[in-house]
Design a protein around this ligand. Structure first.
Ligand SMILES: [Zn+2]
Length: 141
């Protein structure tokens, strides 16, 4: 299903995931067929045919929709983009190094803890790779 606001292809999420991250006063709008809108520019977080839940209706900070720190990456282990940047600055060169240093993507609560209902590294692997690449480029200057 496609987001009515931005036209992005929605990612199916479980009802329980939507409930956990949505403000209580909007729980009655949450259906069994909810989707997550992955577009960073779009204010819609969850939607189905009838309902659009916007950022303001959601109580969690959503990785792909935040522009200011703290930007959460791994919800299970509470790892932010800043934590990853610090790990890289302190010598982490690979994804595996970052995982070891921060605990990123080592949790098991993704289905509930992450507003997208999936593991951070599956959901947005490029965010961590960008940090690694930026650091490598800076070193080669
Ligand atoms: Zn959208």
């Amino acid at each position: 299903m496609v987001c009515k606001h931005c036209g992005s292809q929605g990612i199916p999420v479980d009802r329980i995931t939507v409930i956990v991250h949505t403000k209580e006063e909007h729980w009655h709008e949450v259906g069994d067929d909810m989707y997550f809108c992955p577009s960073p520019e779009c204010d819609v977080v969850y939607f189905n045919d009838e309902v659009c839940l916007l950022k303001e209706h959601v109580k969690s900070r959503v990785t792909l929709k935040e522009r200011e720190h703290p930007i959460p990456l791994c919800y299970c282990k509470g790892v932010t983009l800043k934590d990853v940047e610090n790990a890289v600055r302190n010598g982490a060169n690979t994804l595996e190094d970052v995982r070891r240093a921060t605990g990123l993507a080592t949790g098991r609560e993704c289905r509930i803890a992450n507003p997208m209902g999936r593991c951070c590294l599956t959901a947005y692997p490029s965010l961590v790779k960008e940090v690694l690449n930026r650091h490598k480029e800076a070193q080669n200057l």
